[in-house]
Design a protein around this ligand. Structure first.
Ligand SMILES: Nc1ncnc2c1ncn2[C@@H]1O[C@H](COP(=O)(O)OP(=O)(O)OP(=O)(O)O)[C@@H](O)[C@H]1O
Length: 293
């Protein structure tokens, strides 16, 4: 389906923020409805800062942020009805039970869905009567997610929702996110260092590097256009001498390079080579790590 005819759920245009030793520089991307966007970047690249600026938890220096066409922070009250956020430091009060937390939070929203809350509490086996401080890390994450989704937002902004969770709980959380976007009107932006999680469920990948958007692209097209090209044996220097390849090197008796336009490479470059698809993790390391060598 073509998502682009519809209004994006989230538009970030020219977002800038300066700290003493770090700048977000002209961050631009759009999140279409029905999309799960994986937000990747190395430690300190600016993921949390971007998400906090979207939520107006920190003041942006410059930029235009729209959620369902509404401007942040100008239309904050209306926007927050449409957004669920789970940040890097949970907002849950440790001394409260889940019951008390939910009873408190429900008064702030018009569209609170108690039925969905009950279902999710059951689905994730979250006890209502235990204090938040008595929940395990995984339970806290799930509790935060239930809370973030209780007012039926259109957009979820999740800062590393799956880090520190066991594989079973991680899978449950990923399934919850897939369910969430299923009706194609909602969307999720989630940052993660667990590239396999992102590869599993994201439709769109946005990579931020040193405060700039490196690329923001449909996952399938991204994974399709990159390939590792291998020429076995000692030859291959001429074959590899094409601007379509980068990061060429000899390794394990072969000549290895990478292309970001595999379609073209395939058409143009003859010779004895074969290609390998990259995992998202390999692609991420290749693109954000190789320039440091
Ligand atoms: N309140 C602050 N004051 C000054 N600098 C800050 C502040 N918050 C974050 N930074 C700096 O901004 C940069 C980006 O931080 P941010 O938390 O956005 O990165 P991140 O991509 O989320 O990293 P990680 O993957 O490690 O969570 C870092 O260099 C950090 O030190």
């Amino acid at each position: 389906m073509n998502h682009h005819d519809e209004q994006p759920l989230l538009e970030v245009n020219g977002l800038s923020k300066s700290y003493q030793d770090f700048q977000l520089k002209d961050v631009n991307f759009e999140l279409p409805a029905g999309t799960i966007m994986g937000f990747l970047g190395r430690n300190g690249a600016g993921k949390s800062t971007t998400m906090k600026a979207i939520m107006d938890l920190i003041k942006q220096d410059d930029g235009d942020i729209r959620i369902l066409g509404m401007a942040m922070p100008e239309e904050e009250v209306a926007v927050k009805e449409q957004v669920g956020y789970v940040g890097d430091t949970p907002l849950l009060n440790n001394a409260w039970t889940m019951e008390r937390t939910l009873n408190f939070a429900r008064h702030f929203y018009l569209n609170w869905n108690q039925e969905a809350v009950e279902q999710n509490l059951e689905r994730f086996e979250i006890p209502r009567d235990k204090k938040i401080s008595e929940l395990s890390k995984g339970m806290k994450v799930k509790a935060s997610l239930i809370l973030a989704m209780a007012h039926q937002p259109k957009l979820l902004l999740l800062d590393e929702p799956t880090s520190g969770l066991d594989p079973v709980v991680r899978t449950e959380v990923l399934e919850l996110l897939l369910d969430f976007v299923q009706d194609e009107s909602r969307g999720v932006l989630f940052s993660s260092h667990i590239t396999s999680d992102v590869e599993k469920i994201a439709d769109w990948i946005t990579v931020i590097d040193d405060g700039r958007v490196f690329f923001s692209e449909d996952k399938e097209s991204l994974m399709d256009r990159y390939r590792r090209i291998v020429i076995p044996g000692k030859g291959g220097t001429e074959t590899m001498d094409t601007p379509l390849l980068f990061n060429c090197q000899r390794a394990m008796g072969s000549y290895i390079g990478y292309t970001d336009c595999y379609d073209e490479f395939q058409k143009i470059v003859a010779g004895d080579w074969y290609s390998e698809r990259l995992t998202l993790e390999e692609l991420f390391v290749l693109l954000t790590g190789w320039k440091e060598e």
